[in-house]
Design a binder for this molecule. Structure first.
Ligand code: HEC
Length: 114
């Protein structure tokens, strides 16, 4: 039983889903990946393909002129191709969620005017 649990724990650690993977990004990039870092663009503003491209470059330890790319390389070093694909899709989906939340908030505010 112990071994079954151990294998299960290892598998979930190795195959973390996108929301779990994204938690570590939020410290720097915010709840919806809306915060840019340094001279770069907010991940939320990139297309899915641009995001995957950037993450693959960081994983390859590609350095940008700012010298801050090392920080990103550390973050995605252990990501598989699938992790990168999944997290890029997830970040785009989050933007839909963010929009819906903002619209709900706006509707709430309008109601308080009545
Ligand atoms: C410790 C802070 C930190 C964490 C955590 C972090 N990032 Fe970053 N991120 C940065 C910095 C700094 C840059 C700018 C690096 C550079 O100059 O190229 C950056 C840049 C990026 C870019 C490039 C944006 C562009 O303009 O091309 C993407 C995409 C990105 N991060 C996504 C992520 C994702 C996804 C995660 C979680 C797996 C993550 N980041 C975690 C600090 C962080």
């Amino acid at each position: 039983m112990k071994y079954v649990l151990l294998v299960f724990a290892l598998t979930s650690a190795l195959c973390a889903d996108a929301p779990t993977l994204f938690r570590q990004c939020q410290i720097c990039h915010g709840k919806y990946a809306e915060k840019p870092m340094g001279s770069r663009i907010a991940p939320s503003s990139l297309t899915k393909d641009q995001m995957s491209y950037a993450l693959i470059k960081y994983r390859e330890n590609h350095q940008t002129s700012s010298g801050n790319a090392k920080i990103m390389s550390t973050n995605v070093r252990h990501f598989t191709d699938k992790d990168i694909e999944d997290i890029s899709i997830y970040i785009k989906e989050l933007q839909e969620q963010r929009k819906a939340e903002q619209e709900a908030q706006a509707a709430e505010k309008l109601k308080s005017l009545e």
